[in-house]
Structures are given as C-alpha cells and as structure tokens.
Design a protein around this ligand. Sequence first.
Ligand code: PGA
Length: 224
Amino acid sequence: VIEQLKGVRRGHLDISVASTANYFATRLLASFISHYPEVSFSLDVTNRATLLRQLEQNDKDMVIMGKPPDDQGLETEAFMENPLVVIAPPDHPLAGEAGISLKRLEEEPFVVREPGSGTFIAMERFFAEHGVNLKTGMQMTSNEAIKQAVEAGLGLGIVSIHTLELELETGRLVVLDMADFPILRHWYVVHRQGKRLSPVAQTFKEFVLSRASKMVTRSHLESA
Ligand code: PGA
C-alpha cells in the first residue's frame, strides 16, 4: 500500500460512513493520513437511509456501510465482518446464562436504533425470520445512546460488536451468550457503478480493502 501511495501527492477525500462504522473508520483514516499527511478529508457520519440517498446523488467519493440493495447500480466490495450482538448490564439476570434462546428475549424490553439504521433493519429481519416478537418500544438514533440506556437498566440492546470495545473492557456492559447469535453482517466500500474515483479516493479504497480487517482489533471480538 505504501508503494501505491507514492503516486498520490495531495487531494481531498470526501467520504461518508455508517454511524456504526465510525468506531473503526476514524482509525483507518488516521493510519491513511499518517502515510499521506497532505491529504485533507471530510467525513460524514450518518445512518443507512441517508447513505443510500447520498449514493443515489453521487455526492461522495465513497461510502462505508452494510450491504446496500442489489438493484441500485452500485459497486460494492465487502472487507470485514460485522457481528451484531445482544448487550445487557452486568447485573442482568441473563448475564450469566449460556445458550439463551431467542424466544426468551420476548420477555425483555429492548432499546433499539431508528428505522433508517442498518442495524435496526437487520435486527428486524432476523427476528421476523425466526418468528420472534421483540418489545421494541424504545428507539434511539445513536449507538452511544443505546449503550447508555442499557447501562442505565432501561432494557437490552442489539448493536454491532464494533461499538463495544470500551464497555466490554471496563465491564460496564456484557454480551449475552445467545444460542443463535451473532447476526452476521459485513462492511462494504460502496460507490456508483462506473464512478471515476480520484487518485486519492482510489488509493484510500485499496487501503480500506487491504488493511481494515487486520487493523481493527480482534481481541474484543474473540472474548465476546
Ligand atoms: P447503521 O449501520 O445501523 O449505523 O445504519 C449500518 C449498517 O449496519 O448497515
């Protein structure tokens, strides 16, 4: 990658990432900029619904998000797994249990993301497929708000493991040991088909595809 960077001197990178991808996207950008400090960038952090609109308008160099629909004329490349897990406060009755069934979750209130969120859509599809009806009366528009709410005892939550590094390290939240989890999603680099990427954008795309899954720490994923 360092070799490829030599051809690129300066430029501007205009990217958008899913709010859930922001937990690692800033680390990727920091590493990229350390190789090429003269590149400037703007980073938009937003949910899936907004990202799809930006792709339609061809506003950004590229987007990092969960799998977009197949029929929108988009070029997509997967680069890393995105497991969704159930979180609870450490003193929750389910916290010590192994192999918790999906049905058991029907008894618990859930704090969930907004309907425009990829996490929310994946969660809804998964529980519908399994014939499980969650109580999802508490909706919040950020992963941080959900984690705070779960810590405060409002209910259980479903979030990407990538949002959890700090809370798992400090023991403020635990990942429940579910029988049929995680919900496995993937992260994609996405832009319109046939888009002509600038040299900086092309280099950044190759950087993400080749480096991201190695750079994003695996330790907290393995302990989950
Ligand atoms: P989001 O994440 O829930 O922040 O929109 C994107 C996704 O998982 O597709």
